[in-house]
Design a protein around this ligand. Structure first.
Ligand code: UD1
Length: 474
């Protein structure tokens, strides 16, 4: 439940990347040893990955944001249907299980309903590495009794998940694999860094050609997951929508390279340095003429829904073209409830900015689309309820606590109507912030002098406005 029009102000750290943590957890099943994974976000998708590891026979221990996986006792080679359904990323276990055991059995994966999301590229790649596929009713069984063999593989589309599966499977295959038209997302490099730490020989991850020289024995390692660029982008957009000024620290600004020009075009003032980005929003956002989602380093499809929310209150008409998924505008219908003016035709979304949104009752259609509704609620006049928050918990750690720490009036309501009590045992804590209790309502102070200067500069540029002034009043 959100009472909107509170200006977001302060400084946050975001959690580790969901899209890095999931393939790294999967890859921990490939190695024969103990992997210690730091900065692992506390998300329901990560819980699902841990359940798969445990089903496979790995011993998993969690301590705060550190997950330790001991895969020496791994014995199973199947993923039960219910675990596959929990998230689409379960398919990234395919390469790890096959590489480790020479066989794998799974069904088609679940996850957000954002289009068809086939896995043909994953299947074809495993076949090129020497696996034989047998299809049952709804189960796929892969066998490679002699183990996998390196191959030259060209992806027809730079699929993130297929690139990860190939890198993982090829890491212990016989000989060399050369992958062309690979995805270049930062999460791919993070996965390769983890595997190289385990003794793999992967070169070129993050470029479109990746070479993997297979090595039979990988051992565990210690690895720290990169910060979540999608969560960082989402919170910057939240500040932009509320005439806010925030700094997001301990991130890799280059990973947000495609978002920053969009924010600048909308009239936000952006300061970037070292490991942080500060944003200071204008009194009224401007339209962003055209945004096209593309594979990295293009504009991320995962930020498309949050950006749509922001553009609903920008002055003028904005256009977004979604090039990655064919059906990723489910949030549009929900945003209409706030009084937004949006039309969708095929892959194109046209957003005519309105002076203000009005709070409403709404339902999260999926993970990123769900957070887009929270953004709308933060900017809207009056009260908003977003149901179906379990979608959002898949990818954002304790979002209400982070938003509260920035001054938002938002709380998580249980289905019986009570506000959920969160404490450090039962809930994920935003990293680098105050403990998970009421003190989260207090903005975190800057960590160093240069940072303090940036916050002060941002403060000055807003000296004419008060933190409680309603945002986007017409
Ligand atoms: C990953 C991210 C997801 C992000 C997406 C695109 C994770 C856990 N998830 O998902 O958040 O939105 O990248 O940046 O990292 N495709 C096929 N056949 C395949 C595989 C993919 O046609 O075998 C198509 C998909 O349907 C989609 C496009 O390729 O249209 C991109 O998918 P892909 O890059 O594979 O996304 P994911 O790895 O599923």
């Amino acid at each position: 439940m959100i009472r909107g029009q509170k200006r977001l102000n302060g400084e946050i750290e975001v959690h580790g990347s969901k899209n890095s943590a999931l393939p790294i957890l999967a890859a921990s099943a490939l190695v024969n040893g103990v992997s210690e994974i730091h900065n692992c976000p506390r998300l329901s998708d990560v819980d699902a990955a841990i359940r798969i590891l445990e089903h496979l026979g790995c011993k998993v221990a969690r301590d705060g944001h550190t997950v330790t996986v001991d895969s020496t006792s791994m014995h199973a080679f199947d993923i039960p249907d219910d675990l596959m359904r929990e998230m689409r990323s379960s398919v990234v276990f395919l390469g790890a299980i096959l590489g480790r055991t020479g066989q794998a059995r799974l069904s088609t994966p679940g996850g957000c309903e954002i289009g068809l999301r086939p896995i043909d590229l994953h299947i074809s790649a495993m076949e090129q590495l020497g696996a034989v596929l047998t299809e049952g009713a709804s189960r796929l069984t892969f066998t490679a009794p002699q183990g996998l063999t390196g191959a030259r593989i060209t992806l027809t589309f730079p699929s993130v998940g297929a690139t990860e599966n190939i890198i993982i499977a090829a890491a212990t295959a016989k000989g060399r694999t050369v992958l062309t038209n690979a995805a270049r997302e930062p999460e791919i490099s993070d996965l390769a860094d983890f595997l190289n730490g385990c003794g793999a020989h992967i070169h070129g991850a993050g470029d479109s050609t990746v070479t993997i020289d297979g090595t039979p024995h990988l051992t565990g390692t210690t690895h720290t997951v990169i910060p979540d660029r999608i969560a960082a982008s989402t919170y910057l957009l939240a500040a932009a929508m509320t005439q806010g000024r925030i700094c997001v620290r301990e991130i890799v600004p280059a990973h947000l390279g495609a978002l920053l020009p969009v924010l600048t075009e909308s009239g936000c003032d952006i300061t970037v340095s070292g490991r942080w980005i500060c944003l200071s929003a204008p009194p009224r956002l401007r339209r962003v003429k055209m945004t096209r989602t593309m594979p990295y380093p293009g504009f991320p499809t995962d930020v498309q829904a949050p950006l749509s929310a922001m553009l609903t209150i920008a002055d003028g008409t904005s256009v977004i073209v979604e090039n990655i998924f064919e059906s990723r505008y489910k949030h549009a219908a929900e945003l209409l409830r706030f009084g937004a003016k949006i039309s969708v035709e095929g892959r194109m979304e046209v957003i005519e900015g309105v002076p203000y949104l009005t709070g409403t009752q709404t339902v999260a259609p999926d993970l990123r689309g769900g957070f887009a509704l929270i953004l709308a609620g933060l900017a809207a006049r009056g009260e908003t309820t977003v149901r179906g928050v379990e979608h959002i918990d898949r990818g954002y750690e304790a979002p209400e606590l982070i938003l509260q720490s920035l001054g938002a009036d938002v709380k998580r309501i249980m289905e019986n109507g009570t506000a959920e009590q969160r404490n450090s045992e039962s809930a994920a804590a935003p990293q680098g912030s105050a403990p998970t209790d009421e003190s989260h309502a207090v903005a975190v102070t800057p960590v160093d002098e240069s940072h303090a200067d940036a916050v002060a500069a941002a403060d000055e540029s807003h000296a004419d406005t008060s933190a409680d002034t309603p945002a986007h009043d017409a």
